[in-house]
Design a protein around this ligand. Structure first.
Ligand SMILES: Nc1ncnc2c1ncn2[C@@H]1O[C@H](COP(=O)(O)OP(=O)(O)OP(=O)(O)O)[C@@H](O)[C@H]1O
Length: 288
């Protein structure tokens, strides 16, 4: 297997100097699903945005490197970088409704990338879009291609975005909390679908979530983040094993349990937070 994404010592700061990512390193190989977990604000999305080159205004990479297929993205000019990322990376976003343009039919929104970035002709792109809709178990692809986003259900919209992500056979897919906006039954179907497609296409998948239950099902390896700092990293079998890191244990305890809601959403204990804050302050001190 080859390494598709290699992030090394990535530091991201706001214009005011606030560190949002503190020396994050991780790698994802072909066919691998790597989970990025942590509480809200931990910096999970910021990693995906740094890779895709879509950091918010006033937020920049201040140190480290991001290699995609061995190419150092941060050393590339803007145009080359956009082209490479456009060809090799796709994103499955959190909220399918805001990710789709409400005024355009679905078909055009799937084929855009194929036509404008990969240079396919419209007919080939349309055929590929229909094929992919079938792959994501949409029974009537022709109707859906002609529909507007509001004419199909939320679960179906997310399937459309998954189809769009896989359509051009990207090397890497960044899925950013792709099931958060969906109800529980649909969540399960969508997760299974992403897992199946990923296995079939051999794509590298960076899966952003705060839900350890989802990670346990989908991600053989993961990175646990706290305040932009890597707290633990490695195989899920170890992290979910008998002696997890106290923060990972707290995140596992905070995972929603639909069968036992009274055990859900336990807050991370204060002593764990205090220890993490000390660890982060020490790491900041060491790196200046
Ligand atoms: N536009 C911005 N300017 C400055 N700071 C930002 C901006 N957007 C996000 N942040 C900060 O960056 C940090 C990381 O945010 P990020 O969205 O990556 O967290 P996350 O782990 O993905 O959380 P969530 O699960 O809520 O999406 C947070 O402290 C957040 O407040």
């Amino acid at each position: 297997m080859s390494v598709v994404l290699e992030i090394d010592g990535l530091e991201v700061r706001t214009r005011g100097g606030q560190r949002l990512l503190r020396g994050v390193s991780l790698s994802v190989e072909t066919g691998e699903t790597h989970g990025l977990v942590g509480e809200s604000g931990a910096g999970k999305s910021m990693i995906g945005k740094a890779v895709a080159g879509i950091l918010p205004r006033g937020v920049t990479v201040t140190d480290g490197s991001i290699r995609l297929d061995g190419q150092d993205l941060l050393a590339l000019g803007r145009t080359k970088r956009r082209r490479l990322v456009g060809e090799r990376v796709a994103i499955i976003p959190q909220d399918p409704l805001t990710a789709l343009n409400p005024c355009r039919r679905i078909g055009g929104q799937i084929t855009d990338r194929l036509i404008h970035i990969l240079g396919w002709d419209a007919k080939r792109a349309r055929l590929r879009a229909a094929e992919l809709l079938e792959e994501v178990a949409i029974r009537d692809p022709a109707r859906v291609l002609n529909a507007y986003p509001h004419e199909i259900s939320g679960g179906m919209r997310q399937r459309v975005l998954i189809a769009a992500a896989f359509a051009a056979e990207p090397a890497l897919i960044i899925a950013d909390e792709p099931t958060t906006a969906l109800d529980v039954t649909v969540q399960k179907q969508v997760l299974r679908l992403i897992g199946d497609l990923q296995a079939r296409h051999g794509t590298a998948l960076l899966f952003v979530t705060h839900d350890m239950g989802v990670v346990a099902k989908l991600c053989p390896s993961l990175t646990v983040l706290y305040a932009g700092h890597v707290v633990d990293q490695g195989k899920a079998a170890r992290i979910f094993g008998p002696a997890p890191h106290p923060y990972a244990r707290a995140l596992i305890a905070a995972t929603p349990r639909y069968d036992r809601p009274e055990e859900s959403l336990l807050p991370v204990p204060q002593d764990v937070i205090d220890a993490l804050d000390r660890e982060v302050a020490q790491a900041d001190g060491a790196h200046g």
